[in-house]
Design a protein around this ligand. Structure first.
Ligand code: ZN
Length: 296
């Protein structure tokens, strides 16, 4: 079987072909431009590749309510041209195959549960911390959608006493994303995260804020694994700092050996590395084939 996968990001698109084993056989990427031109590139890529299904993990917010007439749309993004764009519809016009469609972070959580760090588990939470902060949630084997979809990047957080930065989120100022996403680091320190040394005070703040999101996830969703991906988490020295803050914040209240004695294997980077998003889209495509067969 050949499954088409699309990781649709706000800055770049990755398209690929994979199989049932989760192997990515080939892939390409290109910058995200205007929607019509970008989708044309996607269509041109899949045109001669004979795919049996297509899975899409998209930047959002997007409509993932199958009962809605706007299912498959990008909804309220500030990204020029993309607001209210019928993303999935423009693919459906060209390829008559089953489709998987979800947020990029839900896709990543799904892929990690299929083949990555949460393999064999029926629940995990995936945070991506990069240009923005997103949260994907898998509970009892199902991705969480609900009213819209989880937006765990915008939760309010307790301020660090040594952080006077006003916050960079255009909606909430000092929400988690406003304090801890890549642009917040850059605004606060006038330097990109990748240029700051590992002992820079930026990382204490970063770990302090990210750990709060992890603590909320543990208390509210009780995931069996927490995966932290995205550009900011390439700073691997953040992991031990975050784990320490999480342990202190939980203070042994949640009685699970995973948290108390084995937290190094509980809060982890994506097992699929930079392929988490694309593999997730692949897993969505596979699930779409199964769902399609079940209907027929
Ligand atoms: Zn916000």
């Amino acid at each position: 079987m050949r499954i088409g996968a699309v990781e649709a990001g706000g800055t770049k698109f990755i398209c690929g072909i994979g199989n049932e084993q989760g192997e990515i056989l080939e892939k390409i990427s290109f910058p995200t431009g205007a929607p019509e031109a970008t989708l044309l590139q996607v269509i041109n890529y899949f045109k001669d590749r004979q795919v049996d299904a297509i899975g899409v993990g998209s930047f959002g917010p997007i409509n993932i309510d199958k009962a809605s007439s706007e299912y498959g749309y990008v909804t309220t993004t500030p990204k020029p041209g993309w607001s209210n764009y019928n993303f999935l519809g423009s693919l459906k016009q060209v390829f008559d195959v089953p489709y998987g469609w979800d947020t990029d972070v839900n896709a990543a959580a799904y892929g990690e549960a299929a083949w990555g760090a949460a393999k064999g588990l029926d629940s995990c939470v995936y945070f991506t911390i990069g240009t923005g902060i997103g949260m994907g949630v898998l509970v009892e084997g199902n991705l969480v959608h609900g009213l819209v979809h989880p937006e765990g990047g915008h939760i309010p957080v307790r301020r660090h006493h040594a952080d006077p930065f006003a916050g960079a989120c255009p909606y909430h100022a000092d929400c988690l994303e406003g304090l801890a996403a890549g642009p917040a680091i850059e605004k606060r320190w006038q330097a990109a995260g990748r240029d700051l040394p590992a002992d820079h005070p930026a990382w204490t703040l970063e770990a302090y804020y990210i750990s709060q999101a992890v603590i909320h996830a543990i208390f509210m969703l009780s995931p069996k694994k927490v995966i932290l991906g995205g550009g900011v988490m390439k700073q691997v020295h953040l992991f031990p700092m975050i784990r320490q803050y999480v342990k202190a914040g939980l203070n042994h209240y949640v009685s699970a050996p995973e948290l108390i004695t084995d937290i190094d294997n509980y809060i982890v980077p994506p097992g699929l590395g930079d392929n988490a998003g694309l593999s997730g889209a692949l897993a969505l495509g596979l699930a779409a084939i199964k769902a399609d067969k079940a209907v027929k």
